[in-house]
Design a protein around this ligand. Structure first.
Ligand code: DLL
Length: 439
């Protein structure tokens, strides 16, 4: 059955009503946070702001920002605004010091998140007759749980595949006639290539829609995936701290992602000064979550650089649109959909007895990210026999996998062979830039 919106009353709400709704929700949320979250109350007190000073969205700029460092400092429960006993779920993302960011959800929060994902599925043309194959990772990562919940809400038949085991993905896709594919764009490209290698043509599968996000991808990649799989591919954006996928999603126009503004207020700021920029200017995206009960972040700095647009959209949605992230204002890399910080790599090296002389080389070959780390050996190891070096590389690889969640290729190289820099060390060589990917 043709559906245009999942919750039209919100998705197409006239802008003046939307603003009023945001005003009301913001006033309520600030009061709740001030009363329940000591960490944020202290920040507000330090800035001399009281809940009464916030009368609506126009006063938002008065509130202090929250950064990822605050989340680490308050780990694990310091930003909880509801009793832990009322929470029903956590999800988590990787962090630089091994301390992960943990986000909590009440049942209401899970519901709201799943609604957002259902909106994304419907905006891409999904409906209850679809067979939705979810091959984002399940577990702590939000991709699997989010799209799974959205697909249930919509009433599609959900295939909870998780990522990996491409043979099985293809078998289920064919046998159960999947019509929607949800995964990272690089995994979608890989599935497309594998299908081709196996001799399948795009028309041999029943897929019609792809919901791809969690990592940067380009328009060229979109076209490749669309051609190889015979689908229309839609972008979806989100982050664990705010719920997960579905904070913003593409509609049939495929020109930017609509932000679910009834739940999240978006601002763009100058990352250096914190100054709020007018809509249309490029800067760091900041979100305030209006409805979350357990983990309601106010003015959370995403480090994602983007541009917002209020231009009217032919799909009828009134929600503001954001461009794809155009880069990040920190050094986080997204490799095979996993967030990786150089400081995590450094921590593993130091713990394993190596000096922090290393270089990370990331590339994308056949639509899959490659991830290599060159690490300088200690003088003692240098004279070692090759098998010992191989064993050391394996041990380091294991330690990296435990810290990062993905496997880099480790290459132990001669002492002093990595070029020293007089300024900032060049730790990261991200060759994906040559493909136009906004890393
Ligand atoms: O990646 C949530 C997600 C899952 C989104 C599945 C879409 C699909 P985190 O692991 O917390 O959450 O990583 C969040 O990933 O700040 C962006 O830098 C990046 N990111 C997310 N979506 C996109 C996208 C999930 N569509 C971080 N394009 C964010 C580019 C994206 N980057």
């Amino acid at each position: 059955m043709e559906k245009r919106y999942f919750q039209p009353e919100y998705e197409t709400m006239p802008l003046d009503e939307l603003k009023k709704l945001q005003d009301e929700k913001l006033v309520r949320q600030v009061k709740r946070v001030y009363e329940n979250v000591k960490y944020y109350r202290d920040l507000m007190d330090k800035k001399g702001v009281k809940p009464e000073d916030i009368k609506g969205v126009d006063d938002l700029h008065k509130l202090p920002f929250l950064k990822k460092d605050d989340l680490r400092e308050a780990y694990p429960c310091g930003l909880l605004a509801a009793p832990k006993t009322e929470c029903v779920r956590i999800q988590s993302t990787s962090g630089t010091t091994g301390k992960r960011v943990v986000a909590f959800y009440t049942q209401h929060d899970v519901d709201l998140w799943e609604d957002c994902c259902a909106r994304a599925l419907v905006a891409a043309g999904g409906n209850e007759d679809d067979v939705c194959q979810v091959c984002y990772g399940y577990g702590l990562f939000t991709g699997g749980a989010g799209l799974h919940g959205g697909s249930h809400k919509l009433g599609s038949l959900t295939l909870p595949m998780s990522s990996g085991n491409t043979e099985r993905q293809i078998q289920f896709m064919m046998d159960l006639e999947s019509t929607i594919l949800c995964c990272t764009p690089s995994y979608a490209a890989y599935i497309g290539e594998t299908l081709k290698e196996k001799g399948y043509k795009p028309e041999d599968n029943k897929l019609r829609i792809g919901i791809f996000g969690a990592e940067p991808w380009t328009e060229e990649m979109r076209r490749d995936i669309e051609n190889n799989l015979g689908i229309k591919a839609y972008d979806i954006y989100g982050l664990t701290e705010l719920s997960g996928p579905g904070v913003a999603f593409e509609c049939e126009e495929q020109r930017g992602m609509h932000i679910n503004e009834d739940h999240f207020i978006a601002e763009v700021i100058n990352p250096e000064t914190g100054e709020v920029l007018p809509v249309g200017e490029k800067g760091e995206l900041v979100f305030t979550s209006l409805d979350k009960e357990a983990f309601p972040l106010l003015r959370y700095r995403t480090r994602d650089i983007c541009i917002l647009s209020r231009e009217k959209c032919s799909c009828g949605r009134t929600f503001i649109r954001m461009t794809k992230p155009l880069g990040r204002s920190d050094d986080m890399m997204i490799i095979r959909g996993v967030n990786v910080f150089p400081s995590q790599i450094e921590a593993v090296l130091l713990n394993s007895g190596y000096a922090p002389n290393y270089q990370i080389i990331v590339d994308r070959v056949n639509n899959t990210d490659t991830f290599d780390i060159n690490v300088e050996m200690k003088e003692d190891d240098f004279s070692d026999i090759p098998i010992n070096i191989t064993n050391k590389e394996k041990a380091l690889q294991g330690a990296m996998k435990t810290m990062l969640g993905i496997n880099p290729k480790i290459h132990l190289v001669a002492p002093k062979s990595i070029e020293r820099s007089e300024g900032k060390a060049v730790r990261i060589v991200d060759k994906r830039k040559r493909l136009g990917i906004n890393v």
